[in-house]
Design a protein around this ligand. Structure first.
Ligand SMILES: *Cc1c(COP(=O)(O)O)cnc(C)c1O
Length: 358
């Protein structure tokens, strides 16, 4: 078997064990004579998988009992609209912290639903090179909520600590959920597309405080109310059953490793890669300020675009794929989510040394 080293930003690499489990269970799921894809979402076999996924997620990041865990569809992008539909009542305004392309989109979409303000932006020319300090935030006293993007997938920056806000804090954690411990109780709502760190595309996780779910306006379409999905245990309509199944496999695998170990390994991986960039600073250049560097998406430039193209092509020949930067930013981006191992990163670092000296 020849598996490549996958540095894709999303959908991203998945750990091998959960994939092999899916392969083993594919045709005849637990002796039921059919695959999980073919089971009713109202049947016992699927419901056990669904409930296990919720249970594993709750225990992995210690989600308190006063939160609902929802499995929805439409991606994080749909949440850009659904969050304000539920949490931004008429007459109120929401504060957005803008640190990259995804938070720009979240802000613009929320502006189509209700009133929004920019609480901070770190746009510098055409780039975002950092996340703001807490002291830079201009927060309204009566904001309905404060929204931030915990990890900026395109530009490669990440909040290392989160601001303490008076208003409920909402975070798009699509590209760093389950990569580290977070204190869920400090957030009113966390949402994430699964396809970066926890599973395939098609599943969106929403972790939301129950009192906010109940306080949401009742004049929005039923399908977009968190309350609808909370009451139905995310089985109001047909959920993405196979995506949730595969996510269950990943969550079960992560539980065996433990989040402490996952977080420590992610720190080692990032240290190895940034260490190499800094050591070879005459050739590789990291545009993101050190304190804001993402442990998930490591962005760097080479002396020219030609060299960047050659870097991506030569890396692919050495079985390392997905290293081209986002189409809006260019450069190189190594996404080193949970499924990328320290060994994979060390292989990339060795390649970077060879490439520089070639
Ligand atoms: C990928 C990503 C999104 C978009 O996710 P979709 O599931 O494609 O809608 C939103 N926010 C962040 C931080 C992302 O990394």
């Amino acid at each position: 078997m020849a598996r490549v080293i996958n540095f894709n930003a999303g959908p991203a690499g998945l750990p091998l064990a959960p994939l092999e489990r899916a392969q083993r269970e594919m045709v005849d799921f637990e002796g039921t004579g059919m695959s999980i894809l073919e089971h009713s979402h109202r049947g016992k076999a699927y419901e056990a998988v669904h409930d296990e996924a919720i249970r594993l997620l709750k225990s992995l990041i210690s989600i308190p009992d006063d939160y609902d865990v929802l499995f929805l569809q439409g991606g994080a992008s749909q949440q850009f609209a659904v969050v304000p539909m539920n949490l931004l009542p008429k007459g109120k305004s929401a504060d957005y912290i803008i640190t990259g392309g995804w938070s720009e989109k979240a802000y613009e979409e929320a502006g189509r639903v209700g009133k929004v303000r920019v609480a901070a932006t770190t746009l510098d020319g055409k780039q975002y090179r950092r996340v703001p300090k807490e002291s830079e935030l201009d927060l309204a006293d009566d904001a309905a909520y404060v929204h931030l993007t915990s990890n900026n997938t395109l530009f490669g920056s990440q909040f290392q600590t989160f601001p303490k806000t008076r208003a409920p804090l909402v975070a798009d954690m699509s590209s760093d959920i389950l990569s580290r411990h977070v204190a869920v109780k400090d957030f009113a709502l966390i949402y994430a597309g699964a396809q970066k760190n926890i599973g395939p595309s098609g599943v969106t996780i929403v972790i939301v405080k129950k009192d906010l779910v109940l306080a949401a306006p009742k004049d929005i379409p039923v399908i977009f109310r968190y309350e609808t999905h909370a009451k139905a245990n995310s089985l109001y309509n047909t959920p993405p059953t196979f995506g949730i199944y595969l996510m269950r496999n990943v969550l079960s695998y992560l539980s065996e490793i433990g989040l402490d170990k996952v977080e420590a390994t992610n720190a080692q991986k990032a240290a190895a890669l940034y260490g190499a960039i800094d050591e070879m600073a005459d050739f590789y250049r990291g545009p993101v300020e050190k304190e804001s560097r993402s442990k998930m998406n490591v962005v760097f430039r080479l002396p020219s675009e030609e060299l960047e193209k050659k870097f991506v092509a030569d890396a692919a020949k050495a079985s390392m794929v997905g290293l081209a930067g986002h189409r809006s930013t260019g450069g190189i981006r190594a996404s080193i989510y949970n499924a990328v191992t320290l060994e994979h990163v060390e292989t990339l670092v060795a390649f970077m040394r060879r490439f520089k000296n070639a």
